[in-house]
Design a protein around this ligand. Sequence first.
Ligand SMILES: C[C@@](CO)(OP(=O)(O)O)[C@H](O)COP(=O)(O)OP(=O)(O)OC[C@H]1O[C@@H](n2ccc(N)nc2=O)[C@H](O)[C@@H]1O
Ligand SMILES: Nc1ncnc2c1ncn2[C@@H]1O[C@H](COP(=O)(O)OP(=O)(O)O)[C@@H](O)[C@H]1O
Length: 273
Amino acid sequence: MITFANAKINIGLQVLQRRDDGYHDLETVFYPVKIYDVLEVVEAKSVRFISSGLLIPGDCQDNLCLKAYRLLKTAYDLPPVEIYLHKTIPIGAGLGGGSADAAFLLKLLNTMFALGMGEAELMNFARRLGSDCAFFIRNTPVLATGIGDVFQSVQLDLSSYHIVLVKPDVHISTATAYGTVMPNPTGRQLASALSLPIAEWHHAVFNDFEAGVFARHPGIGALKDLLYRSGAVYAAMSGSGSSVYGLFEDKPVLSGLNPAYEVFYIDNSDLQW
Ligand SMILES: C[C@@](CO)(OP(=O)(O)O)[C@H](O)COP(=O)(O)OP(=O)(O)OC[C@H]1O[C@@H](n2ccc(N)nc2=O)[C@H](O)[C@@H]1O
Ligand SMILES: Nc1ncnc2c1ncn2[C@@H]1O[C@H](COP(=O)(O)OP(=O)(O)O)[C@@H](O)[C@H]1O
């Protein structure tokens, strides 16, 4: 069975406070975008994980796909499987690719082996694999709170915008980004800021990771400026970085872009939920 795991972008991200367990409470909007990894699972004699496409750092035995399979196997009698992952979603880019793979694999195994899990149970497994993993179970735009795993639906439709996403040649570790961010417990009222016209988000919708990341990687801040100069109505870094997206009314021509950067012109207009 095959499934396609999509990425997300964050629209606004406020880090409110560091908790006793070391994690941070936050407020952000997760918005699905059409950049996909391909996942295939087939029954086999023994469990194997095989990946192609982008090289995934770390030991493949630690891949979130295998973690998702093993976690589910603690509760359900799953046969051995081979998991094939074709990796396209940029890694260490704030696009949630690893979490997306894990969540879509849980959904695939649920369907393939008729496990009968509902959304709530799938989300509970997903939460144990990554803070933003549960979002990909329902995969609809949400305002997320808690550690990124408590959701409220939002009426946000960006289908009329061209979303241009640029991935600099920088890998950012989420844990390192959280280690250097300055929490602000009062927040900045993300939900009400998002109700403003998008042309006003520039002054109202902020990603708290940007300051620290732009200080360490000035090229990423310069990239956001370039997107605005190219006509973006709104531009921001996604999550803990390093990718930066712009919302455009017309498809832009980006000039002066570092050739080492990867550009995605995303047609999100027909994304259904
Ligand atoms: C920052 C965000 C914003 O959407 O995404 P990315 O930019 O990485 O995609 C998420 O909070 C990333 O979620 P996720 O990638 O699932 O993080 P996890 O694997 O659970 O945690 C990685 C590390 O990040 C830190 N962490 C994560 C989430 C959170 N709310 N507080 C934290 O402090 C912890 O140090 C943890 O060890
Ligand atoms: N299926 C997977 N895809 C990508 N990264 C994975 C996967 N499984 C485990 N990882 C590990 O998770 C790290 C963060 O990956 P990713 O989800 O792309 O980052 P981000 O948190 O920026 O969205 C990678 O560096 C890699 O070591």
